[in-house]
Write a protein that binds this ligand. Sequence first.
Ligand SMILES: [Zn+2]
Ligand SMILES: [Zn+2]
Length: 225
Amino acid sequence: MYKFETHLHTSNCSACAVSSGYDMVDAAKEKGYSGFVVTNHFYHGNTCVDRNLSWESFIAAYCEDYEITRDYGEKMGIQVFFGIEEGFAPGKEMLIYGISPEILTAHPEFIMFGAKEKAEFIHRMGGVTVCAHPFRSRSYIPNPDKEPDISLFDGIEGYNYCNAPEENEKALAFAKKNGLFATSGGDVHNSKNFGNAGIEFETQIKDYNDFLTRLKNGNYKLIMP
Ligand SMILES: [Zn+2]
Ligand SMILES: [Zn+2]
């Protein structure tokens, strides 16, 4: 089995994360995972990168932690892919897969886009959108029960390790009802929590494109405790 964590933050990029990319790679190895996607909080999220930097410098600084993690992963035999978690409405976040740092650098207008334009742009560029932890009920999130706008998303994070069981049940049912693929994500901010979620493939993942194709086809099993 080839396990991947789909939702993970590193401490030099996400203000709320406590573990470095090195610790995350070590945790993946220890827990028998093949790899993970780094999905640090982006411009409209809890990033610790200075938003006053020029766009190019912002992207370079944002990607640095991913690059360090990927390089260490390569040494350790752990596949590390590039993703993003970006806010698109108050308290609501989108996981973005398959958009490269180069695409981001070339499109500073991305940050001005509203939710619809963001999703359209990502799809035009060949990326994949997943609604992060829908139905999460927290004081900072207005309307936790509001259903995600399915025109924005290819998939739904059906299981999020940090969500309550009833929130996850709603998310899984929503994905099923709407024919969207569901993912499982640990929302890992601390390497101690690595290994409780993710997706599992039967055969080895060749590269990020292979990962994305199988994701879109729902060709995997969900890891849930
Ligand atoms: Zn966070
Ligand atoms: Zn997250």
